[in-house]
Design a protein around this ligand. Structure first.
Ligand code: GDP
Ligand code: MN
Length: 339
């Protein structure tokens, strides 16, 4: 508690190390949760949901980030709750959660008003835009994330409803995967009106083409070659952070950021990640965690196989599975990834 108090005035960083000496040989990996102090109990519920379901004896480190300082109550409660591993609490530097100088804030406010007329989720929210920008261009370089190669993004309130009887990070390494997903979905067009155009401009100027036609994930098969609005649903991601920590991705993010689209429109980190992946990853880099039971309101991913659901003690209803939903892109993605 003294450590928590002492830091109230500076940018907060608190690390509580509960690693065990003879721990299971772990990958260089961490869970990452961005959340607010008032999401404490949803966060605990989700932590418990993972700990209940993942193969016993795995306790990966956990990084918690917030744009504001975490409260003493949040830190104390979570640090007591997680039994093992290194638990870190950090604050996001102001430059990564504020308007860059080139943004015209009056224009941004006007554009938010306009988007509201289209009944788009979070149309009027400034914090949502900072969050999406943070997950697009900054999270992987936060000081507390730097030591890790892999990360698993965990949002408060999500649920895991099947046993996971292996180490997903180990799977990523041994199968040489770089990006793991559970669900895919269509984006609201009004939030990303100019994203595709900017993606095309950037990639053409940058002159590095897609190595394996993964662009077919996101590009309509018509004369316009427009964006099909598909993306990996990024509230769940297990990824190799090297896909973000490289000059190509950084140049891509810097270009997107320079256009102001995170604020003048409402670009989500999900389409931003997905377009980058389709640009510079290969089919073999992608992994579908189809055996996971995963819930993020209002959708479930639930394994299709009865045997698997019984073996892994799933409580989700496969009839609720999102994979073949009208607004899911997974059937299309599987076609592209498997041909
Ligand atoms: P949605 O999944 O697109 O509906 O967006 P969420 O509201 O779930 O936000 C995505 C993630 O960012 C969640 O982990 C939230 O807890 C977190 N988040 C969203 N807005 C803020 C914010 O203003 N501050 C902080 N600290 N976290 C936020
Ligand atoms: Mn969410």
């Amino acid at each position: 508690r003294e450590q928590i108090k002492a830091q109230e005035d500076s940018v907060q960083t608190i690390v509580i190390d509960k690693s065990l000496k003879n721990d299971y040989p772990k990958e260089n990996a961490t869970f990452l949760t961005l959340c607010r102090n008032n999401e404490l109990y949803e966060t605990m519920e989700t932590i418990q949901s993972i700990h209940d379901r993942i193969m016993p004896s795995i306790n990966y480190d956990w990084v918690f980030l917030n744009d504001k300082p975490f409260s003493e109550k949040f830190i104390y409660t979570v640090a007591m709750f997680i039994p093992q591993g290194k638990i870190s609490f950090g604050q996001i530097p102001r430059e990564h959660w504020s308007y860059p100088e080139h943004i015209d804030q009056n224009l941004a406010a006007w554009r938010r008003e306009q988007l509201k007329q289209e009944y788009v989720l979070y149309a009027e929210s400034e914090s949502y835009r900072h969050m999406c920008r943070f997950f697009s261009g900054f999270f992987y370089n936060h000081a507390l994330m730097q030591q890790y190669q892999y990360y698993w993004r965990v949002e408060p309130g999500t649920k895991y409803c099947c046993n996971i009887d292996y180490d997903p990070f180990q799977l990523m390494r041994t199968k040489q995967k770089k990006y793991g997903f559970t669900m895919t979905i269509l984006e609201y067009k009004a939030t990303i009106r100019s994203l595709w155009e900017h993606f095309k401009i950037f990639t053409e100027q940058y002159g590095r083409s897609s190595p394996s036609n993964l662009l077919d994930l996101v590009q309509n098969d018509d004369k316009d070659r427009s964006y099909n609005l598909c993306h990996f649903w990024s509230n769940f991601e297990i990824a190799d952070l090297s896909i973000f920590r490289n000059p190509d991705y950084q140049a891509y993010f810097d270009y997107l950021d320079s256009t102001g689209g995170f604020f003048y429109e409402r670009w989500g980190d999900a389409p931003v990640h997905t377009l980058a992946i389709s640009w510079f990853l290969s089919k073999d880099d992608i992994w579908w965690f189809s055996d996971f039971g995963y819930y993020h309101s209002p959708y479930y991913h639930c394994p299709a196989s009865d045997d698997l659901r019984i073996k892994n003690r799933c409580f989700c209803d496969s009839e609720d599975d999102f994979t073949n939903n009208l607004i899911s892109c997974t059937p299309h993605f599987l076609k592209v990834l498997n041909t």
